[in-house]
Structure formats: C-alpha cells, structure tokens
Design a protein around this ligand. Sequence first.
Ligand code: NDP
Ligand code: HSE
Length: 429
Amino acid sequence: MSVMKVGVAGLGTVGAGVVELLVRNQAIVAARAGREIEVVAVSARDRGKDRGLDLGGVRWYDDALELARDPDVEVVVELIGGAEGTARALVLAAIGAGKQVVTANKALLAIHGTEIGGLAEAAGVQLAFEAAVAGGIPVIKALREGLAGNRISKVVGILNGTCNYILSKMRERGADFAEVLAEAQKLGYAEADPSFDVDGVDAAHKLAILAALAFGRPVAFHDVHIEGIRRISALDISFANELGYRIKLLGIARETPAGVSARVHPCLVPVGHPIARVEGVFNAVVAVGDAVGQIMLEGRGAGAGPTASAVVADLIDIARGRATPVWGAAAEALSAQPSVAIGALKGAYYLRLMVVDRPGVIADVTAALRDSAVSLGAMLQHERAPGEAVPVVLVTHETTEEQMRAALDRIAILDTVLEEPALIRIELG
Ligand code: NDP
Ligand code: HSE
C-alpha cells in the first residue's frame, strides 16, 4: 500500500512530539497502520528555532494554510491551538480540500465542534481528536466506540493536568500556587494562556466534548458552569485533608430527567475514592453506563509523549480506514436534550470562614443556614484567638445550590466574617 503522507502544522510541545514519535516507532506504526506514515510537510512560526528534529527533506510552510493546499498531503494534523485564527482556518481549509484531519485542539472543538463535525461529515472526511481530551488516555475511543452500546448516565473527570499538578504539589510540598504553575509551564503541560488551565476553561472545553459523546448531543460549551482553582488555599487543602478529602478540579456531566448538567469546579473528594489518588499531571475519567456499570481510565493528561501517543493512534486509524462519525452518531441523529443550570444542583458543601473569635458569631452563621434550611453535618475550629480572626469550617448535609447560595449571601455580609467565604462542593461521597 502507498505511504500515508502527513502535514503537521504546529511544532511546539505536541507537534514536535508527534514528529519524533513517528520516527522513533516507524516500524511498529507501519505494521499497525498497514502502511508507512510519513511527515512530508510542516508549518510553524519560527523556521530558525531548534526543535531537536531532523526536518531535512520535509517541506516547510510559513503559511499553515499552504499545507491544506499541498496536493501531496493526505492528512493535515493541526497542532497550533486556539479556537479561532489560523488553527480554525486550517481545519476548515483541509476539510474543504477533502483531506482527513487530526487535531488536539479542544478549544476549537468545544466552540466550533458541531459546525466543523457537520462539515467533515458532509465532505466525507475523518476529523479525529483523541488527543484533545485527557492527553494519552484513549477516552474518546472508549466513549465513542468501546461503550457505544451503553446509555451513559455520568462522566466525571480530572481533565486538566496543570491544575491537578498544582493541587498535588501544593498539598505534598506546601508549595505556593505561582511556583507550581511556573513548573507546569516549564514541563509543557500548560496552555499558551495558562489562565485557561487555572480558571477551569480548558477542563470545560474537554468536558463539553465528553458530554457531547456520552449523551449523543451537540457540543454545548457555553452551558458548562466553570470555576477554577485560583482561590484554593493551603488552609483549605489542609482542612480537607483533616476531614478525609482531597481537593480536585473535576469536570462532571450527568444526564438528569430535566436535561444534561455539566460543570467544572474544585471539589472535595473522599480519599477512599480512586479518583482522589490520581496525582500530578495524571488525568482520570470515570464513566457510568447502564450495561457496563462504572469504569475508570487513568493516565498522563498532558505533555509531548502522551499527547503524541493519541495523535499517532488517530493517524493509524485513518491509515486503516477506520471511520466513526465525529460525534458518535450522524449530525441529524444527535439529541436535542436541554442543559440544566447549576442552581438545580443538590449536594453537600464545605464552607470555610475567617471569623472574629467572639461569643455569638457561630450563632449568627448557623441562623443564616437554618433560615435557608441548610443542615450542618460537622464543624471545625482549632484556634482560640479572642477578638481576632480564626478559621471555622462547616460541612453541610445535602442541600440545593440555591439554598446554599442564599445562606452564603447572608453569611458573607456579617461584620464578623472577615474574608470572602470559601465554598467547595463535596462530590463522589
Ligand atoms: P505550543 O505553544 O507548544 O506549540 C504551538 C505551535 O504552533 C508552535 O510550534 C508554533 O510555532 C505554532 N504556531 C503558532 N501559530 C502558528 C501559525 N499561525 N502558523 C503556524 N504555526 C503556528 O502548543 P502545544 O504543542 O502545547 O499545543 C498544541 C495543541 O495541542 C493545542 O491545541 C493544545 O491545546 C493541544 N494540547 C496540548 C497538550 C500539551 O500537553 N501541551 C495536551 C493536549 C492537547 P513556533 O514554535 O514557531 O512558535
Ligand atoms: N493544558 C492542558 C492540561 C494540556 O494541563 O491538561 C492537556 O490538554
């Protein structure tokens, strides 16, 4: 069979990793693909940069869109990033030119995935994106193919390696947020704009993709409730530990009778749950299907090797002619289930306050909880500092988000509450 000729646009952490892996495992890849896979063209911004790659004999394009026009290129691999601009234009141009496309770009898929998937379907080309969610974990294949016979009720994941790395190192080393973020950037885990990582946007992009596949509906990124990890403090990590929890940034999507709820926010997870033990840059995805029950996949969610592993798997599928509808079903077969807002959520909450240590303070706080019908399960206060600030932790029984928010609005304006309260949802208990 003829060689499958590939053009790679973007030669950063992932792009360089893909070129390197295709060379290193050339024979294995060819055997599994049934044909040789060769990178014949590349594009990046800076031609002079040393990328540790031998690009001799490979065509270089300053303009990535030229890759899509190169008649010799059968598959375009988009590894530039970003929901708009060159990445989007390249993917559209490649589909328009009838080329197969592989991308790791979750931002693009979360925001334009329905449109782009429809165009790929109409053009009869593959749009493969295993690397876009959870790096090296084959979660797209698992949901779209391995679990295709199930009605899936829930998907929960640690979907951002940078955040999991930061939270893990803050707990293990007592390190501060900024120091660990800088490390994650150096290791190539973080997005070009790391606020996408720490503010939960990257995890929300990935959750929107997983929810579309799990529940068979168009991608609905703008309906995902998003909170990041900037406000997680060493104090909360330490209290969570004491109460038997880890703090994790989770993406949670569920099918409810009212529609699909999707949210990304920090959570307290019981230490006994397998997802609580997923540390560092590792990601994990738990899915619950009516036939299979619960499964959990775990692995490295970012970095050159794991992400290249997923991109190369997509290339092998394309070489073999293995074709699956982009969103698991044809565009007209996707469901129109509505999205459910966070206010309808029911769960337990961790609330940490900095209060003035004087008589009657807790009575005022618990009165606000009582008036919103929020029931308390536990309370912690260690220090005694009469007249000064002390941390107090309250853990609630199950309540609704609306009731909790109403109580919190009253608590936050008490003159004995000195800082904005920290509210973290308790999950998977
Ligand atoms: P990098 O920032 O490391 O690399 C981006 C590459 O794109 C660089 O080589 C850059 O060129 C090139 N580039 C930028 N603009 C253009 C342009 N206009 N035309 C041609 N090339 C351009 O990003 P990553 O490799 O980390 O990420 C790539 C994609 O993979 C993103 O969508 C990201 O979200 C996704 N991803 C990343 C993971 C990771 O662990 N890093 C994991 C999973 C997905 P130059 O080098 O010359 O500056
Ligand atoms: N910035 C992302 C992360 C890369 O930290 O998980 C993987 O998608």
